[in-house]
Write a protein that binds this ligand. Sequence first.
Ligand code: PGA
Length: 219
Amino acid sequence: MKAPLIIGNWKSHKSVSEVKKWFAELASVIGSPNHAEVVLCPSYQLLSLCEQEVSRHQLHWKLGAQNVSPFPEGKHTGEVNATQLKDFVQYVLIGHSERRNEFHETAEMLFEKVKRVQEAGLTPIFFVQGEDTPLPPSIGIVAYEPVFAIGTGNPDTPEDAEKVAHYFKTVKKVPKVLYGGSVDEKNVNLFMSCSSIDGIVPGTASLDPVGFAHLVQNA
Ligand code: PGA
């Protein structure tokens, strides 16, 4: 049985007190560790707190960042660079459609981010919106997220997600492909049953601790 990679993308949600409450509630229902590899991606300022909570509750999870600067260390006010992230995370999300659309991140900028992350020894998870999304060289994990499925409660069909995942694995030779877009505790198994899908990226469904615990158990 494959170990699903589950990337919880909290986006721009949660305060310090909400995070503490989230972990306390999750810990009371999640049970013993299962086969899934869970990576939680909170906002930067919550990373340290999440690290403490993960270890306090013995969850054996990893952390990821939702973004990274395309620049190295230097005079770039407001930016968090890949070397700084090394103290907190193992993964970095790059190319989410919300960043492409709301912050006008171009393929060129995204490829630069991937380079910085790889140079820092971290693992980029590169988001694609379909088969025609340009890929940076030597990417190990791709997350397929069709825009219509994000935050809508209207996921892609497992058949279509499998077709796109298969394309990236066979034609583009990407070792791991994830699916994201309205994944929840009820449908997670349909996507994890697809032979080319190695994991999933729940956004909305990662915000509720009980729902997320069930999602992890059902994956
Ligand atoms: P969603 O978000 O689960 O709320 O659709 C997924 C994502 O955007 O990563």
